[in-house]
Design a protein around this ligand. Structure first.
Ligand SMILES: [Zn+2]
Ligand SMILES: [Zn+2]
Length: 364
């Protein structure tokens, strides 16, 4: 067994505190990674608070992991000790279902679906058709820790020219916004609307711009309008009716990154005919839409969940090629409860990244 330590929550209401535990030794196809940095995603907060009713405690979040390979299993061929690597939302999938065979592991239809980087399989044994957990791991402890063991196929290569302390948010926020823009065929010269300007919105705007699209950001937070100008994109205060009307029938694609149910009806008129509004971030029952506007102009509303391993590597390489880095603020591990509160209150526009050296030097 490998000694580890991280920050975990024991209940939905206690916050996170130091938690010592053991990880299994790497299997022949797995690598052990010493974690350098881990991003703080809104999903971490949902999971700690048990907002989806499926949290396994102790809950150690973190699925935007950047680290260095410390040990490799005997069958590992893709990674070497010393490589700088990344781990995103998944650490395994069934590998045999149709989505897995065609490179869409994030839509794995196996009995336990994919194995999440924290909180275990997406479909736990008590909900799986055969009552089993085929991964043999119930509680996977995530990246708010000093190390992690991951099958090599789910480990990403971090391009050398990306600043290692800023890479982490690409692994969830980046791929979650990149995947739908690729899937829905966003092209250079088209106009894309991004709803919400937090960690996901920041990445979405930068990626869309690098793809050659015109970008308009919609935010309910007036203070964030000037920040959008800094990114060189148009910004609209979505509570202002006149500003919203000025955007009517202009967008070829809209991506909503708001992490909770919100009224998206005002954005339907912003879509052009045949265009789609796709929702990432909110995994909830949404407010109903009036289908009149959608049917009259053959518009669609859809959803998308993170991205595949292939797409995660693609977005890392795309960011390296286009010099895209997420806006981050570095924190120590013991700042995490305060950071969760600020993200939850939607005060921050950037992504917090935990410097794991702060945990290694912390006294037990
Ligand atoms: Zn995430
Ligand atoms: Zn599968």
């Amino acid at each position: 067994m490998i000694q580890s330590v991280g920050y975990a929550a024991n209940h939905s209401f206690t916050g996170l505190k130091r938690h010592e535990f053991e990880r299994e030794d790497p299997r022949p196809n797995e690598v052990l990674i010493d974690i350098l940095y881990c991003g703080v995603c809104h999903s971490d907060i949902h999971q700690v608070k048990n907002d989806w009713g499926n949290t396994v405690y102790p809950c150690m979040p973190g699925h935007e992991i950047v680290g260095r390979v410390a040990q490799v299993g005997s069958d590992v061929s893709k990674h070497q000790v010393g490589d700088v690597v990344g781990v995103g939302c998944m650490i395994d999938s069934c590998r045999t279902c149709e989505p897995c065979r065609t490179g869409d592991e994030n839509y794995c239809e196996g009995p336990n679906s994919w194995l999440a980087t924290y909180n275990g399989p997406m479909v736990p044994s008590k909900k799986s058709p055969d009552g089993e957990n085929h991964y043999g791991r119930d509680n996977t402890f995530g990246g708010y820790s000093i190390n992690i063991v991951v099958p090599e196929d789910f480990v990403l290569k971090v391009p050398a020219n990306l600043p290692v302390e800023k890479v982490a948010p690409i692994l969830c926020a980046g791929v979650t916004t990149y995947s739908p823009m690729k899937h829905w065929g966003l092209k250079a010269g088209q106009k894309v609307g991004i709803v919400g300007f937090g960690g996901l919105g920041d990445m979405a705007a930068k990626l869309a711009k690098a793809m050659g699209a015109e970008v308009v950001l919609f935010t309910e937070t007036e203070e964030k309008l000037s920040e959008a100008a800094r990114l060189g994109v148009q910004a609209v205060y979505s509570k202002d009716k006149d500003q919203m009307e000025s955007q009517a029938n202009t967008c070829d694609f809209i991506l909503s990154t708001i992490p909770e149910p919100t009224d998206l009806e005002p954005f339907i008129p912003v879509l052009k005919r045949d265009a789609s509004l796709v929702i990432v971030g909110a995994l909830d029952k949404l407010k109903p839409f009036n289908n009149m506007e959608m049917a009259m102009h053959r518009k669609s509303v859809g959803g998308s969940l993170i991205g595949s391993i292939r797409e995660t590597q693609e977005v890392l390489d795309f960011c390296a090629e286009h010099g895209i880095t997420p806006d981050v603020e570095m924190i120590g591990m013991d700042d995490i409860n305060d950071a969760h509160k600020r993200v939850n209150d939607r005060e921050v526009r950037f992504r917090y990244v935990i410097d794991m050296a702060s945990l290694k030097t912390e006294e037990a």
